[in-house]
Design a protein around this ligand. Structure first.
Ligand code: UDP
Length: 320
């Protein structure tokens, strides 16, 4: 059985769905602070990583073969305002999880990390050898966990892969699960909400970046492509331990996202050209060679129009 912490969250639920469809038994552990009960697609335990007793109980009661660890807070701005919340949950919570895993002889983990652990790009595309200088507490907690896992690998034989996502996006094709953050801060759902009329307008954060159209460029990767990478990573833990980037290797600008959303929906939202958001680098794009080489990863869903189509299908018929 695979324990999926944060399995009721955005990327977690899509990964659970894929693992279940491919014959894996999963058990979700989620505190449902940001996760949704409707997104828990299999048996779940409501619990917190900082409640060591209930976490310990899970490992005693179930035969856990491996852990896929998503559970974390992920609002970059909030992590700057309230770092304690992030160090407590993302760092201490994960520290508890790793220690309980080792104590119970569970030594396989796939960890949900982020390109935010690199900080500002010193060169592009960003490979795994890029310097690690996260500029916010969120990115720091993820990097600290990577360092702990590295030491636990050496000392205790922990087998780990940290997957560094670039911009997770899109939704399940069948419309059963998708992105549902409250508050929502991400570009694609906000553009679609503006198109739907749920919010008045979409603000483009900055138009004078050093990019071809002046708006920020990111590497948008469909959540179903992230899901397949987690299964591949679980299968490779005996052969590879370390960090792997997950992105398409192609950059898409804010303007291009809005253009695709207009094309897919046939509706033009009200657009406000606003100020830069603090801490936003101009361009973030992944070098994904290692994922292809080590995991044999293929990207099948991340064409930008497909990302927008699936996200629109979800946004229009949202279940939670
Ligand atoms: N962005 C924007 N307006 C918004 C939200 C985001 O222009 O209302 C831009 C943001 O500056 C960034 C890109 O869209 O360049 C993606 O932002 P998002 O928050 O989705 O992901 P991030 O790259 O920050 O993880």
């Amino acid at each position: 059985m695979i324990l999926i912490t944060g399995g009721a969250g955005y990327i977690g639920s899509h990964t659970v769905k894929y693992l279940l469809n491919n014959g894996h038994e999963c058990l979700i552990f989620d505190n449902f602070v940001y996760g949704h009960k409707e997104a828990a697609l299999t048996k779940f335990i409501q619990g917190d990583l900082n409640d060591k007793e209930s976490l310990e109980k899970v490992f005693k009661e179930y035969k856990i073969d491996a852990v896929v660890h998503f559970a974390a807070y992920a609002y970059v701005g909030e992590s700057v305002e309230n770092p304690q919340k992030y160090y407590e949950n993302n760092l201490v919570g994960t520290f508890n999880l790793l220690n309980i895993m080792i104590a119970n002889n569970v030594k396989k983990i796939v960890f949900s990390s982020t390109c935010a652990s690199y900080g500002n790009a010193e060169y592009l595309p960003i490979d795994e050898k890029h310097p690690l200088n996260p500029i916010n507490p969120y990115g720091k907690t993820k990097l600290m966990v990577e360092k702990i896992m590295e030491d636990y690998h050496t000392a205790y034989g922990l087998k780990y892969i940290a997957l560094k996502y670039f911009n997770a996006s899109g939704a399940s094709k069948d419309g059963s699960i998708g992105e549902s953050h409250n508050p929502e801060t991400h570009l694609i759902p906000l553009v679609l909400k503006a198109i739907k009329g749920d919010i008045e307008s979409i603000t483009v954060f900055g138009t004078d970046y050093d990019t071809p159209d002046g708006t920020c460029i990111r590497d948008y990767i469909h959540v179903d492509d992230l899901a397949t990478a987690h299964k591949l990573a679980l299968e490779k833990l005996d052969d590879f331990n370390g960090v792997i980037n997950l992105g398409t290797g192609t950059g898409v600008s804010v303007k291009e996202i809005i253009d695709s959303a207009i094309k897919v929906t046939g509706v033009e939202p009200k657009i406000i050209y606003g100020q830069k958001r603090k801490g936003d680098p101009a361009i973030l794009v992944a070098n994904n060679s290692l994922a292809k080489e080590v995991l044999g990863w293929n990207i099948n869903n991340s064409d930008i129009d497909n990302i927008i189509e699936t996200a629109w299908n979800w946004e229009s018929n949202k279940l939670f």
